[in-house]
Write a protein that binds this ligand. Structure first.
Ligand SMILES: Nc1ncnc2c1ncn2[C@@H]1O[C@H](COP(=O)(O)OP(=O)(O)OP(=O)(O)O)[C@@H](O)[C@H]1O
Length: 752
């Protein structure tokens, strides 16, 4: 099913006037009176006589009430939730277009937004389900709520003063879903309780007054509400995520100060990445850059297996013209994303082995499948043999148990470490079972009767009961093993090693924090430059300079930019004095100094400056719509060949390059020392022969490192990126800070 995209055009604000309205909701020609509008119409900024139209699932104009939006677009998702599907609802749009109004809304009953109404619907349905089952079923609701501020994750149940500067980490759970580690999950038994928690948490959200919005959200806020439906000993968990994204900002209009600019850069960057993800998905590219921002990682659009609704918030007026077009383009692409909705299967309650890491969404998948994968933290006693287990199909573990065997399960460590599974499997396969095909899969324990205490079959048991008994026993034993394994295999790190690792981490983090501040300025500089705001770009480059002292490339860039601005000013003055003369002035009258010329050349050669002007406009190659991407003056744009449509196409800004290695300047400024690079390169070869030659590493240790890399699955989801920092290396099982320092120190001698 595709992402459902609905557009909402907000009413005029006090300072806005009727005659500036340029965006309209319209119905299709074939629509009846009953049908709602599905088209957003907006003029072409280059030619006001021409209009662009964008088609969405629904379009709401200024008259749409909060109740209207909820009833038409969101209330039906409650049903999905209770059927076991996850749901994601998110609001997207430029700053000040009504995202928070839509999601949270006001205090009065009529003004309440999607979130409180959704919760109201959830509680209502929960009570009904409980009542209809005559008390057989219970529904529990719990919530977690966090924000992504400056690309860091913060628990909104924690007051800001208790936050750690680095925020909470994100990890992939066993199902490959990104979850925040260490989030508070609060049970809430009634709407009132929910509202109390939600309102309180919202006080902790980062908001500020900007020129475009007196209460502008400076972060992406993600609310996860978990619904656990229990009948007997089975529980089915589903999650609804309601996301109020921060709005993109055009800093020419915000008058943002330094702090707001930094926030703005982070917001814009994450929205850039989101646009890139959507573009990559819509083009069917193999690599979707989810990991380039925390927001995209969490949202995992198109990958999250949830029923997804996007509300596109739009301002109706001219001053938002270009931004609105960008948003419309983005939404146009998003609506084509197919989500593979998957129903969460019930699992047995109180099953041991559920990690805290799982987070709210984690438990939404049957635990049996979770058992097939390695935990995220390496377990010291586990062998590489376990890696194979990760590939064992879900139903296979059942073969390890015989229904007639009543012996206690072997302690997990032994089972895990002494024998690879493949050797034990045949001997414990039940000889009485001709085929495992008849087995119901572990992921569907729904048919299991609520028999309990004894695991021995009794004479009166049916074949189905026996099958169920096998499953039950297998599930419990595997869960127990997983649990024991995690408890009995703590990190074997001595206090001293732990301390050293922390010290190393702090040192590296300290450097990172300092550098990242400088990088923020570079990012902003680049954003300004992309928009043709060269004076602001220069200012930002200059602010970045103290963080990268002595960097010649940056100095050249600044000088080149300064020269360019001065040249332009001169040109303007000349033009005003004598337009005809000015045409030739540049070549005749102002020859560039060699250094400046080189700098300017460097500037020109940097292809990323030819990017599209709009912050969240990704490239547009859609063929089925009038999907313009605005262009701004002063920005040089490479045109793509015109296709069959008349869509105006701007190239995609290499957004992800803003902070990464594709930008030559940033690459230059961020690169780790050659020694570190060398060490990481060697480690990432996963070649025992090479690694064992590192200082302090013998053959056994080299093998353990390679094993740990595999265990941690570093690189699998990242296309084999391997360890990327010393800290990450130090965290590998059996490595530690001391060894890292030793290996690094010995690296200069060269290990080939
Ligand atoms: N449908 C609406 N009806 C009435 N007022 C609205 C509506 N939509 C938005 N507003 C008003 O517009 C202003 C901006 O809305 P809001 O704060 O929700 O924008 P936003 O998109 O969340 O902005 P930001 O990204 O900066 O947080 C608010 O004063 C809000 O009350």
């Amino acid at each position: 099913m595709s992402v459902r995209v609905v557009a909402r055009i907000r009413p005029l604000l006090k300072a806005e006037i009727e005659k500036d309205i340029i965006v309209h909701a319209e119905k299709t020609a074939s629509a009846t009176d009953k049908d709602s509008a599905t088209i957003v119409r907006i003029p072409n900024p280059k030619n006001h006589g021409e209009n662009f139209s964008f088609n969405f699932n629904s379009v709401y104009d200024q008259s749409a009430t909060q109740a209207h939006i909820f009833d038409n677009e969101v209330s039906s998702t409650v049903k999905h939730l209770f059927k076991g599907f996850d749901v994601t609802i998110f609001a997207y749009g430029v700053t000040g277009t009504g995202k928070t109004h839509t999601m949270r809304g006001g205090k009065s009953l009529a003004e309440r937004g999607v979130i409180p109404r959704l919760l109201s619907g959830i509680y209502r349905r929960a009570r009904k389900a409980e009542k209809d089952s005559s008390g057989e079923s219970t529904v529990e609701v719990s919530m977690s709520y966090f924000e992504i501020y400056n690309d860091k994750v913060f628990d909104l149940f924690e007051p800001p003063e208790k936050r750690t500067p680095a925020g909470l980490p994100i990890r992939d759970n066993q199902q490959g879903k990104a979850v925040v580690v260490g989030l508070t999950e609060r049970p809430c038994t009634s709407l009132k309780e929910f509202e109390g928690l939600y309102d309180h948490a919202n006080i902790n959200r980062s908001t500020s007054a900007t020129k475009l919005n007196a209460h502008s959200s400076r972060s992406h806020a993600i609310l996860c509400v978990k619904i656990s439906q229990t009948t007997g000993d089975q529980t089915r968990v589903s999650t609804v995520s309601a996301i109020d994204l921060a709005g993109s900002e055009d800093n020419r209009r915000t008058d943002n100060n330094k702090e707001r600019l930094v926030e703005s850069a982070a917001i814009n960057k994450s929205l850039f990445v989101l646009a890139q993800c959507v573009e990559a998905i819509s083009k069917g590219q193999a690599r979707i850059p989810y990991r380039e921002s925390k927001m995209t990682r969490i949202l995992s659009l198109g990958q999250n297996k949830a029923h997804t609704v996007m509300v596109l918030n739009i301002a109706p007026v001219k001053s938002y013209h270009l931004d609105t077009l960008s948003s419309l383009n983005f939404a146009n692409r998003t609506k084509k994303i197919e989500t593979n909705e998957i129903e969460n299967q019930p699992f047995y309650r109180d099953i041991p082995g559920k990690s805290k890491l799982d987070g709210p969404a984690m438990t939404s998948i049957a635990p049996t499948s979770a058992l097939n994968r390695q935990p995220l933290r390496p377990k010291i006693l586990s062998h590489n043999a376990n890696i194979k287990d990760a590939t064992v199909p879900i139903a296979k573990p059942t073969k390890q148990f015989s229904v007639y065997s009543d012996k206690p399960v072997r302690p997990s460590n032994q089972a895990n470490t002494s024998h690879p599974r493949t050797t034990t499997r045949p001997s414990i396969r039940s000889p009485k079972r001709p085929s495992t095909d008849a087995l119901p899969t572990l992921a569907r324990p729904a048919k299991i009767p609520r028999t309990t205490a004894t695991l021995k079959p009794t004479p009166g048991m049916s074949a189905l009961d026996i099958e169920a008994l096998i499953e039950r026993k297998v599930t419990e034993a595997l869960a127990e093993r997983a649990d024991t394994t995690s408890i009995s295999n703590p990190e074997p790190m001595s206090d001293e090693v732990q301390k050293r690792l922390e010290a190393l981490e702090k040192r590296v983090e300290g450097q990172e924090t300092e550098q990242s501040e400088g990088l923020q300025y570079l990012l902003m500089a680049k954003q300004h430059q992309v928009r043709g705001e060269e004076a602001s770009a220069l200012k930002m480059y200059m602010l970045a300079q103290p963080y990268f002292q002595g960097n010649e490339k940056l100095e050249r860039k600044i000088e080149g930019l300064r020269h360019r601005i001065e040249g332009r000013k001169k040109e303007e003055v000349e033009t005003r004095r004598s337009p005809a003369k000015a045409v030739t002035t540049r070549t005749r009258d102002s020859p560039m100094k060699p250094a400046a010329a080189a700098a300017a050349k460097d500037f020109d050669a940097d292809s990323s400056y030819h990017a599209a002007p709009s912050l969240h406009a990704a490239s547009d190659s859609d063929s089925d719509s009038d999907t313009p991407v605005p262009r701004r003056p002063l920005t040089r744009i490479r045109r793509r060949p015109h296709g069959p449509t008349r869509s105006i196409t701007a190239p995609s800004p290499a957004i992800h390059t803003l902070f990464d290695t594709e930008d030559p300047l940033i690459r230059d400024l961020c690169s780790p020392t050659p020694r570190t690079t060398r060490l990481l390169d060697i480690i990432n070869t996963r070649d025992v022969a090479q690694i064992r030659l590192l200082k302090g590493v013998g053959a056994k240790r080299a093998e353990a490192i390679v094993g740990a890399l595999c265990d941690m699955e570093i690189g699998e989801e990242d296309g084999g990126r391997g360890v990327v920092s010393l800290v990450e290396l130090g965290r590998l099982r059996g490595v530690g800070a001391k060894l890292v320092q030793g290996m690094r120190g010995g690296c200069v001698e060269g290990v080939s």
